[in-house]
Design a protein around this ligand. Structure first.
Ligand SMILES: Nc1ncnc2c1ncn2[C@@H]1O[C@H](COP(=O)(O)OP(=O)(O)OP(=O)(O)O)[C@@H](O)[C@H]1O
Ligand SMILES: O=C(O)[C@@H](O)C(=O)CO
Length: 410
């Protein structure tokens, strides 16, 4: 293994796994820290954690364990994959995890760049944009678990760490890899690096050749595999047919548009937080409903910000999220037992719940369904494939398109 990735959520893990696979590396996504060694022929391994929203101490512990395992597999470069919208709270978990991993790897400066231009995320003058909006006007200010209300990443990160925060501006990045390397050598602590285009990320990748530790969104991986001699490729896919279900727990803008579109194409079942908490709906009852539908039904809790806020005020944020996630985890397990072979999931936390419910250990990476979203196959005997879609990724027709592409061999 050359590149080892610690991803702070499950959709983020498959996002960066796709980038590495398309850049020509053999890559696998592991669910949590594996207890056994990885296939020695892998070029990259991605350990998917659910550490974005865990208590800080748990996130740090899990990330350090992942880093240790990846290094034991031979990884020469460790990436801490965070969200391209830098999802975190005032306490963390990006800052504390960065500090701990930097200590473990013995580095006194860390390059940090969440840019993902293909999905509209760019960093300019230390500020994060989502398309033409600053982060705090992009919808992310209403996120149920990690509302992002400050677009200045230097300030966001400074609130989460005692280390110095540096910045490498777009002008320096545009001057190329040598200029970036020189600028980095003059800094200490965690260094936010501007990036607007993929070309910037390629230059950052070249400049990062000898860095043992980097932090970013999936875009940070665009230029890294070439440092190890990899050349671009399309991942193979044999196609998986059979019963399918769409599960959404994401309340992000893009997902809500996808839910609205898909509801006109297929049977749908909306879950309210109160109904789950009061036991009015259960995984078994929803599974019965889903299996009785024709086509690929949609089960969703993708409410508007007002509805989410009301549920959080009534039950508490963690309790509401946990109840819905537990329901989805149990639902996925029942659906797989009953022969469902394709599951499209929207939302990072929701994906974490579904994958855990399925008891999956390793995911094989197939081709892209949308920018940042590959189809993945659950390693094991029964054919089962998933799309783990980040909340804000994919166009309005994503669900139907993903289901069709899952069936189609490359
Ligand atoms: N009606 C609701 N009330 C309260 N919480 C909700 C409600 N519906 C969904 N949630 C919770 O909101 C969270 C949404 O997070 P999730 O990571 O799944 O989606 P996302 O943030 O849009 O995706 P990503 O992290 O990939 O951007 C989940 O924990 C989900 O259980
Ligand atoms: O970087 C992103 O935006 C995604 O991979 C993600 O992490 C969303 O949860």
């Amino acid at each position: 293994m050359k590149i080892g990735v610690i991803a702070d959520d499950f959709t983020g893990a498959s996002d960066i796994a796709l980038t590495l696979a398309e850049a020509g590396m053999r890559v696998a996504q592991f669910i949590g820290v594996p207890e056994t060694d990885a296939d020695p022929d892998l070029g990259a391994g991605v350990v998917a954690l659910k550490s974005r929203t865990e208590p800080v101490a748990d996130a740090v512990k899990a990330s350090r364990a992942a880093g240790k395992w990846l290094r034991a597999q031979g990884a020469e470069q460790i990436i801490f994959k965070v969200c391209s919208t830098f999802d975190s709270t005032d306490q963390g978990n990006i800052g504390p995890v960065l500090d701990a991993l930097a200590d473990d790897l013995g580095v006194d400066r860390t390059l940090v760049c969440p840019a993902f231009p293909e999905n509209g995320r760019s960093v300019y003058q230390g500020h994060l944009f989502v398309f033409d909006r600053l982060l705090n006007e992009s919808g992310m200010q209403d996120h149920p678990l990690t509302p992002m209300t400050d677009p200045d990443l230097r300030r966001v990160l400074a609130a989460q760490t005692a280390r110095e925060i540096g910045h490498i501006p777009a002008m320096t990045v545009a001057a190329g890899a040598t200029a970036i390397r020189d600028a980095l050598s003059r800094t200490k602590g965690h260094v936010i690096v501007d990036a607007i285009h993929n070309a910037d990320l390629m230059a950052i990748g070249t400049a990062s050749k000898d860095l043992p530790f980097i932090c970013g969104g999936s875009g940070i991986a665009l230029g890294l595999p070439a440092n190890f001699g990899a050349t671009p490729a399309t991942p193979d896919w044999a196609g998986i047919c059979g019963p399918a279900v769409v599960i959404s727990g994401s309340c992000s803008r893009a997902t809500r548009a996808q839910v609205a579109t898909y509801k006109s194409l297929a049977a749908s079942f909306e879950i309210a937080a109160a109904d789950v908490i009061d036991g009015k709906v259960t995984a078994a009852s929803i599974a019965d409903w889903a299996m009785a539908q024709t086509g690929a039904p949609l089960v969703y809790s993708s409410a508007d910000p007002d509805v989410v806020r009301a549920a959080q005020a009534q039950f508490g944020t963690t309790r509401a999220a946990h109840a819905i996630e537990t329901l989805f985890a149990d639902l996925a397990a029942i659906l797989a037992q009953r022969g469902v072979t394709r599951i499209v999931v929207a939302g990072g936390e929701t994906s974490g719940a579904v994958v855990s419910g399925l008891g999956a250990h390793t995911l094989e990476i197939g081709p892209r369904l949308a920018a940042g979203v590959p189809v993945v196959r659950v390693a094991g005997a029964a054919p089962l494939c998933l799309a783990l879609k980040s909340g804000n990724f994919g166009g309005p027709d994503f669900f139907a398109e993903a289901l069709t592409r899952m069936e189609t061999p490359t």
